[in-house]
Design a protein around this ligand. Structure first.
Ligand SMILES: Cc1cc2nc3c(=O)[nH]c(=O)nc-3n(C[C@H](O)[C@H](O)[C@H](O)COP(=O)(O)OP(=O)(O)OC[C@H]3O[C@@H](n4cnc5c(N)ncnc54)[C@H](O)[C@@H]3O)c2cc1C
Length: 402
């Protein structure tokens, strides 16, 4: 059994230290982000900085040598990083999110085996759980054929965020029949979906550089291919992949939410800085027009503020309830739905915030290279993170209707 997951271990001064490290690193993200976006490249130099700062150990429990950040602190750190550059933050957020999963999904022995390397050496992990057929919702087509001492794994994971920089891939696969075939019985197939970990350098693992997307270009979301990879029995780290993942999904829902909250705050500040200094000069109605004095502009800024603060409050309340162990549904399915709400609010609000920002700032924001043009593209990926907005709506509606 693993120890309780939602515990507050850091003191206030340790938390403030973590926030200040993230604020400083965010400035570095900010400096290199636009170039990596333009070149569609992964910021390997930022992975080195993360390791140098020992930040990979952020939410590793203290008993394994980590910083011991709880979910609220982790979410706030991710928000600060995303303020600098949301795409780079989304990349490293994958590591923080999966470490959170493992705290709940992995046995104490597995945590003791892998977590000290994260805390001391800066090992990075990814979570490649989605395939082309049906994203993370599809049962794994990746096959783990039982062989002496372990499994031979083959499959393709098409959404490997951070995979270019990770030391270990974690992935889901379905244990096949001895003849290598997937079980034909659906229930049996679902029961055989497990989580493995394997070194990024293992024989038969390779990255295919397929990432060329509208936004989040510096997140390094490449395809991870497994070709007859031998995975020892000991590296099967969870025999209940799907239920374990969804029982701990808050580590991703709140941290994804925080990426898009940081993005929205950045769009807000950039917009205010532009609008405050913008004068139209002489137009037919007046000799000079100050944009900030236009009522419609003021209303737009107010609306952005409402959207941002409602997302922030949603994240903070969910994290506080987790840390305080209160006011959450006990039923796992309802709990999941409830904890997905901040992700949907934050990602959808971020899209709306950037949309308003572009209207207020004007046509210049439509030009390639404008800060809002990049934030607009990055914001569009929010609803795709699991549960997608539509999946959550259906999930909640079905539960409510009985
Ligand atoms: C930038 C980015 C980074 C990502 N990084 C990772 C990563 O590191 N690891 C990883 O595993 N995945 C990652 N993903 C993939 C992400 O998890 C998937 O996009 C997500 O699971 C949805 O999968 P899909 O887009 O293939 O849509 P599908 O699952 O194919 O869904 C297609 C459509 O059907 C709807 N739908 C599907 N199932 C249901 C349902 N049960 N109820 C209602 N509607 C449904 C969806 O809402 C959608 O409209 C990333 C995605 C993005 C955009």
């Amino acid at each position: 059994m693993s120890a309780p997951v939602h515990v507050v271990e850091m003191t206030e001064s340790e938390r403030n230290h973590a926030f200040s490290v993230c604020r400083e690193l965010a400035n570095e993200f900010r400096a290199v982000g636009p170039r990596h976006d333009a070149e569609n490249s992964f910021p390997h130099e930022m992975a080195a900085r993360l390791r140098a700062l020992r930040l990979p150990g952020l939410n590793i429990p203290k008993r394994f040598g980590g910083w011991g950040a709880d979910i609220a602190t982790t979410a706030r750190c991710v928000e600060l990083l995303a303020y600098g550059d949301p795409a780079i933050a989304l990349g490293f957020n994958m590591h923080f999110g999966v470490i959170g999963f493992f705290r709940g999904m992995w046995s104490e022995q597995h945590q003791a085996r892998f977590f000290p390397g994260v805390a001391q050496t800066g090992h990075l992990f990814d979570g490649v759980y989605s395939e082309t057929r049906a994203g993370v919702m599809g049962l794994a087509d990746t096959r783990a054929v039982p062989v002496s001492g372990g499994f031979r794994v083959s499959g393709r994971k098409s959404w490997g965020t951070l995979s270019l920089a990770t030391d270990f891939h974690t992935f889901n696969a379905t244990i096949t029949n001895p003849d290598g075939q997937l079980p034909t019985d659906h229930a049996q197939r679902a029961a055989r979906e497990v989580m493995f970990v394997c070194p990024a350098t293992a024989n038969g693992v390779r990255i295919e550089k397929t990432w060329d997307a509208l936004g989040m270009r510096a997140s390094g979301t490449e395809t991870v291919v497994f070709e007859e990879v031998f995975v020892p029995e000991a590296d099967l780290v969870s025999s209940a992949f799907r239920s374990g993942l969804f029982a701990n999904l808050e580590w991703q829902t709140l941290s994804f939410a925080s990426v898009y909250l940081g993005l929205a705050r950045r769009a807000y500040d950039e917009t205010l800085a532009i609008i405050r200094g913008k004068r139209l000069g002489a137009v037919s109605e007046a000799a000079d027009v100050k944009v900030s004095e236009q009522q419609l502009v003021q209303v737009g800024v107010g609306e952005m503020c409402v959207l941002i603060e409602s997302a922030a409050n949603c994240i903070e309340v969910a994290a506080a309830r987790l840390n305080e162990g209160r006011d959450l549904p006990e039923d796992p399915s309802r709990r999941l739905g409830w904890l997905e709400i901040p992700k949907v609010v934050s990602t959808e609000n971020a899209i709306r915030v950037v949309d308003i920002a572009m209207r207020l700032v004007g046509g210049g924001a439509f030009r390639r290279g404008h800060v809002l043009e990049k934030l607009y593209r990055d914001a569009r990926s929010g609803p795709f993170h699991p549960l997608t907005t539509d999946q959550l709506m259906q999930h909640l509606g079905r539960a409510e209707l009985g």
